[in-house]
Design a binder for this molecule. Structure first.
Ligand code: HEM
Length: 205
């Protein structure tokens, strides 16, 4: 009886510590994207056709946080918004092989009203991730903008589904894209994520 009670207590402690989290896929909200897309750092109510809230608990080395990802696409372009609970850097990575390796990364921050959005690629399990241009590729973020305030950073950007750059993953309409994401409370991109990290699936229309 005593052993059962101890096991129950340990289970409860692990659960409340965030080490065991219920693994439920985030709900993807869908609507008609009737608003004109603008990279102004404001996610309009009808600017994107799909959105989901990714969350990550407080755990060792991480304060915990969330990032709302909103997106829409046509036959040629992907339009993306990231709204993360940080005033440091935020990032999304497409189709890693495992951990962070071979992820096509977009890493962004906002300083005042100026957004910086990097088109990067991660070559190792836990970095390094470098600008595509340093790997012989090109910067394929066609338009971008952002805003920051009250503990959140918003980035909006546009890229081609298939950029033709081998440091970018090529997408096609209807595709389910595996993603990773991460947030840091520091805008210095050489510093590791310390707010949140996680994974998800983003399905194109
Ligand atoms: C500043 C550069 C970065 C460094 C030095 C770094 C380093 C690391 C390290 C050491 C881990 C192992 C877990 C831990 O120690 O907490 C990790 C895990 C992870 N990182 Fe990064 N990272 C960086 C940037 C990024 C970016 C930009 C993303 C998202 C696009 C990202 C996404 C992830 C994810 C999702 C994991 C968990 C992988 C897993 O366990 O499945 N990281 N990173």
């Amino acid at each position: 009886m005593k052993q059962i009670l101890v096991a129950l207590l340990l289970g409860l402690l692990l659960f409340s510590s965030g080490c065991i989290q219920p693994k439920e896929a985030p709900v993807v909200a869908e609507k008609a994207a009737t608003e004109v897309w603008k990279a102004d750092g404001i996610v309009g109510a009808s600017e994107y056709s799909r959105s989901m809230l990714l969350q990550s608990p407080t755990r060792h080395g991480y304060s915990g946080g969330d990032m709302e990802v909103s997106w829409k696409n046509d036959q040629e372009y992907l339009y993306l918004a990231l709204n993360g609970s940080t005033e440091g850097w935020l990032a999304i990575g497409f189709e890693p092989l495992e951990w962070m390796k071979n992820a096509d990364i977009i890493l962004a921050s906002v300083n005042g009203s100026k957004a910086t959005v990097r088109d990067e690629y991660c070559t190792g399990n836990y970095g390094p991730h470098v600008d595509d241009t340093l790997l012989g590729g090109t910067n394929d973020i066609l338009e971008f903008g952002g805003s920051k305030g009250a503990g959140r950073t918003v980035i909006e950007l546009k890229r081609k589904l298939d950029t033709g750059d081998r440091s970018d993953k090529a997408f096609s309409p209807g595709q389910a894209i595996s993603i990773i994401w991460a947030l840091s409370d520091n805008p210095d991109i050489s510093l590791k994520h310390n707010v949140a990290y996680g994974e998800g699936i983003m399905t194109l229309s």
